[in-house]
Design a protein around this ligand. Structure first.
Ligand code: PGA
Length: 248
């Protein structure tokens, strides 16, 4: 049985005071359930959130990491540094990083390899843009991202992966994919994992949907059989909304 993971992706939002206020409110509202949850926050808030959520079961994630442990990479944060802090998850290959920060399947692959050398669970983001969907290239695009991102990664590691299917046209636009569209691609991703690895890996891998998930649509999305959670941007910034999604 797969345990669903509902993760918030704060992107580049919140001051330290706002993050602290969220953590206090979220902790009081949060009840330990069968669903795992985590907040993926800007690096500067990670230590604070780790301390605030200690002993609650709420995980803390980063939104990116460098694959080298240390070196002359001004402005970067390494997986080793995140491991040292006890971070639980790391988002890799988010479409905004692919679009604005030259993230490629090759850098995604290096980051995944480094993450799998330690305990942090990667959340690998894949998804097509509007133009690609209109040309019906969505399956080919997602497959290429999976094949490239997972090159030379073992079945044992792949089984620990979280994959977030995030159609770019649904991110931050208020246009959610229909539950059927989301399920269709998540099923395709699971079948592709069986093709690339085996049935065991396909059964184990957690597949999230992301893109304008909110309290009003969370239940329909989460009820789909191949969808094991959500990566939530905008609606994870408010403790109340995010709790409603977790309690779908
Ligand atoms: P959104 O973002 O929920 O604001 O659409 C999702 C994401 O980018 O992870």
């Amino acid at each position: 049985m797969r345990t669903p993971l509902i993760a918030g992706n704060w992107k580049m939002f919140k001051t330290a005071a706002e993050a602290a206020a969220f953590a206090e409110e979220f902790k009081t509202l949060y009840k330990d359930t069968d669903v795992k949850t985590a907040i993926c926050a800007p690096f500067v808030h990670l230590a604070q959130l780790k301390a605030a959520f200690e002993g609650t079961g709420i995980g803390v994630g980063a939104q990116n990491a460098h694959y080298e442990d240390e070196g002359a990479y001004t402005g970067e944060i390494s997986v080793m540094m995140l491991e040292d802090m006890g971070i639980d998850y790391c988002v890799i290959g988010h479409s905004e990083r692919r679009q604005y920060f030259a993230e490629t399947d090759e850098t995604v692959n290096k980051k995944l390899k480094r993450l799998f050398a330690g305990p942090i669970i990667p959340i690998l983001c894949v998804g097509e843009n509007l133009d690609q969907r209109e040309k019906e290239e969505q399956y080919a695009v997602v497959k290429e991202q999976l094949v490239g991102g997972l090159a030379d990664i073992s079945a044992a590691d792949a089984a620990k992966l979280v994959i977030a299917y995030e159609p770019v046209w649904a991110i931050g636009t208020g246009k959610t994919a229909t539950p059927e569209q989301a399920e269709d691609m998540c099923e395709y991703i699971r079948n592709t994992m069986e093709e690339l690895y085996n049935e065991e890996v396909a059964d184990a891998v957690i597949i999230q949907y992301g893109g304008s998930v909110k309290p009003a649509n969370a239940t329909d999305i989460m009820n789909m059989s191949n969808i094991d959670g959500a990566l939530v941007g905008g609606a994870s910034l408010k403790a109340n909304d995010f709790i409603e999604i977790i309690d779908f």
